[in-house]
Design a binder for this molecule. Structure first.
Ligand SMILES: Cc1cc2nc3c(=O)[nH]c(=O)nc-3n(C[C@H](O)[C@H](O)[C@H](O)COP(=O)(O)OP(=O)(O)OC[C@H]3O[C@@H](n4cnc5c(N)ncnc54)[C@H](O)[C@@H]3O)c2cc1C
Length: 309
């Protein structure tokens, strides 16, 4: 039988957006539950975060994630580490289902971030299932030692991944579709200074073939077919909002937000958002404060103990 829980505010997501919102809500004495697959989120991929105020030397993404994980524990944020499978609107608010738990909340804050875009080529799924292709570097890093790595993409994330592996992998190729990069100039300069990173321009991936302990990439280079052989590839061609698990009603509100809603979307899940930690944290703080205001001023609510049945 499922665990059942009623709460005033439920938050879905364990990245900087929901971490910030939940700490602020707890400080205001609001009854909350944070549900997430894990704590840390996408920033665990970052080689060095240099645009966060308070870290003059920058901070490694994983270390930053660990620090707010500790902060959630210290603040006493009730956390359920489970994947949310469905979310729907019900008469008294929202119903959130994981495999083991059902939560009913009056307010719902969703900060489930983004998911990596796929190449959409033959062999991609097989390569992923064989452990030859990864989208998130924090899952891949342990397999990259002394290996020949291909990174598909030409933006900040592709360049950041290459820098992250420079002292671990033997050789790193950044494989770009065109002769242009959208990466920050500072990352381009750093990549150009590293001898084991090469940039392959005008390489369009046609298909992937996992073969023994290698992966073969069939590529079109300026109209000419070509084959690349790598030990492992990372795909970094962009990300899209992560809301596939939400019901139609919730997605409809995501597309057409209502003015007096009790449903919020924060951080990278937002459309056309600039995807940055400080923006996600700002979103989280703003929505937490709006929620506290609504709850305390309009409803005269000042905290309640959670009901479990
Ligand atoms: C390589 C790389 C480098 C970056 N470098 C920087 C940088 O230097 N500076 C900067 O400001 N930003 C950087 N970013 C961007 C930054 O990571 C994001 O903007 C930030 O993490 C967004 O926070 P978020 O809380 O909105 O979402 P996320 O961090 O993506 O968190 C989403 C959370 O939701 C959870 N989740 C998702 N689906 C479900 C589900 N169905 N059920 C339960 N939980 C779920 C996830 O497990 C995760 O905990 C970088 C990103 C990448 C990929």
């Amino acid at each position: 039988m499922k665990n059942k829980l009623i709460t005033k505010v439920a938050l879905i997501g364990g990245g900087p957006a929901c971490a910030t919102a939940s700490i602020q809500l707890i400080r205001a004495g609001i009854d909350i539950v944070l549900v997430s697959k894990e704590i840390g989120g996408t920033i665990k991929n970052a080689n060095l975060v240099e645009n966060l105020i308070g870290y003059p030397e920058g901070v490694v993404g994983k270390d930053f994630a660990r620090s707010f994980q500790l902060q959630l524990v210290k603040a006493g944020v009730p956390t359920i580490l489970e994947e949310v499978l469905t979310v729907e609107q019900v008469s008294n608010g929202f119903k959130i289902n994981t495999a083991e738990t059902e939560i009913i909340s009056e307010y719902l804050i969703i900060g489930t971030g983004s998911t990596p875009k796929k190449l959409d080529v033959e062999g991609e799924k097989e390569a992923f299932l064989n452990g030859k292709l990864f989208y998130e570097i924090y899952n891949a890093k342990q397999f990259t030692e002394k290996k020949d790595i291909g990174i598909i993409g030409s933006g900040d994330v592709a360049y950041d991944y290459a820098l992250n592996l420079q002292n671990i992998a033997n050789k790193i190729s950044i494989i770009c579709r065109t002769d242009k990069t959208s990466s920050l100039p500072i990352l381009q300069k750093r990549v150009n200074d590293v001898i084991n990173i090469v940039i392959l321009k005008n390489h369009v991936i046609k298909n992937l073939v996992p073969q023994d302990d290698k992966i073969i990439l069939d590529v079109d280079e300026n109209g000419e077919p070509k084959t690349l052989t790598k030990d492992l590839i990372l795909v970094a061609i962009g990300r899209k909002p992560n809301y596939a698990f939400l019901s139609e009603g919730i997605i409809s509100e995501y597309n057409n937000p209502k003015i007096d809603s009790k449903l919020y979307f924060i951080g990278d899940i937002n459309k056309n958002n600039f995807r940055q930690v400080s923006i996600a944290m700002g979103d989280g703080m703003k929505v937490a404060m709006e929620t506290v205001k609504k709850i305390t001023e309009k409803e005269g609510y000042h905290g309640a103990s959670r009901k479990v049945w």
